[in-house]
Ligand binder design. Structure first.
Ligand code: ZN
Ligand code: ZN
Length: 409
């Protein structure tokens, strides 16, 4: 049970301002549900405000300022910094600094939202309680010299009441007379949704889904988290290639932030959209696919390898053939005694090759055996014939693309 000292310690580390924003906003919104009918004009407006404020975060705070994945013209920078401010998630300067630490120290105690500390912590916990370990340092010299970032940081607490609360309310009030609807839905609920959508990038995008590019870290790709975060849910890709302006690389994947940046590029508002070399992306992807296949490979039984088989002289082979049905194919001695009745061509053909080199017969002299037959035959190896016979087709077809892990370097 927590004693008094623990409680005082937690209370002393509480971030009261964040706690207030994250609890009062939805509480006021809830009150609105019971007192104010949601009009369809207001619903559309709140949705538009949500998309715009999210783009401020994803295209602005995240991909532009945290990762420099493209260059934005001055008007676009001001637009994104105001849209991002309307999501009420702190200034760009604070947000991007933390995010760079997250990328640099992912999954370690220096990561401000270390996924190893669980879903609640990465979703909101880290914002509610000051961490005992400070987030690891990151280079933010570019942000220090960015006029727009510094302007927003300086005036942040003057900007958010205007763009975060007043503007969404005023538009609904003056536009269709729904002042309270604007306040409850386009402000309170829209901010609440934008908060938790963004938080999902740190929580579920490090928890739910696949690791198609690398599995060293917890970041994952999943359609659901992409849907919730305007395309930021392809987080496994993002952690591998953070400078890429895309999070989703396939045309059918949901990444509206990428579409927005590409549109800004087409309109001349954004330039130098960075893309990681396709070859390197494919390399990462292939490595992960091979890793999965290797697991399948490990569950399959394979033929005994040449070095592990006894070397047998011709005389010994002949002698042992009298006791069991041995045949030579490609320099390997096979014990086919157990297989006589299973042989599709019948016992007779096999017994006819007993104590002989059946290589030519096996590979077309009598019948052109398929890959499955060759694979099966290789499982019956019991020895290697000493000298004289070449190891033609020594590797069975099923083994030719076998995945071998290189651990020597
Ligand atoms: Zn992450
Ligand atoms: Zn990032």
């Amino acid at each position: 049970m927590a004693n008094m000292a623990d409680v005082c310690n937690i209370l002393g580390r509480l971030r009261w301002f964040n706690l207030a924003i994250l609890t009062i906003t939805p509480a006021v919104g809830l009150y609105g549900i019971y007192t104010t009918r949601l009009r369809w004009e207001t619903l559309l407006w709140a949705t538009a405000c949500y998309v715009l404020s999210m783009l401020g975060i994803t295209a602005g705070y995240h991909r532009l300022w945290s990762h420099r994945s493209y260059n934005a013209s001055r008007p676009l920078q001001y637009l994104l910094c105001l849209l991002g401010a309307s999501a009420v998630q702190g200034s760009i300067y604070w947000w991007a600094r933390g995010h760079r630490s997250h990328h640099r120290y992912t999954d370690t105690p220096l990561d401000p939202y270390n996924a190893k500390r669980g879903l609640f912590y990465t979703h909101v916990g880290w914002m509610l309680i000051k961490p005992s370990v400070k987030p690891g340092p990151s280079d933010i010299s570019d942000l220090k010299n960015n006029e727009v970032v510094q302007w927003q940081h300086r005036w942040y607490f003057a900007i958010i009441p205007i763009v975060g609360y007043a503007l969404p309310t005023i538009v609904a009030g003056l536009g269709w007379g729904d002042w309270w609807g604007g306040w409850y839905y386009a402000s309170m609920w829209r901010i609440t949704f934008a908060h938790h959508s963004t938080f999902c990038i740190n929580s579920i995008a490090h928890y739910l889904g696949e690791s198609p590019f690398d599995d060293k870290k917890t970041a994952r790709d999943h359609f659901l988290s992409a849907l919730l975060t305007m395309g930021e849910g392809y987080h496994n890709f993002h952690h591998q290639f953070p400078m890429d302006y895309r999070n989703a690389i396939r045309w059918y994947q949901f990444d509206p932030t990428k579409w927005f940046i590409a549109t800004c590029g087409a309109l001349g508002l954004a330039s130098n959209l960075r893309v990681f070399p396709e070859n390197e992306i494919s390399k990462g992807e292939l490595a992960m696919q091979l890793k999965k296949l290797k697991k399948v490979q490990e569950e399959i039984r394979w033929p005994i390898q040449v070095d592990d088989l006894p070397i047998v002289s011709w005389e010994k082979f002949k002698k042992e053939s009298e006791e069991r049905v041995l045949v030579i194919v490609s320099g390997f001695i096979h014990d086919v005694s157990e297989f006589l009745d299973e042989h599709p061509g019948g016992r007779g053909l096999l017994l006819g090759q007993r104590g002989k080199d059946a290589t030519a017969a096996f590979f077309g002299g009598v019948y052109e055996h398929g890959n499955a037959a060759h694979n099966l035959l290789s499982m019956m190896r019991v020895g290697v014939l000493l000298g004289g016979v070449e190891h033609v087709k020594a590797i069975a077809p099923g083994e030719r693309l076998r995945i071998v892990e290189r651990l020597d370097q």
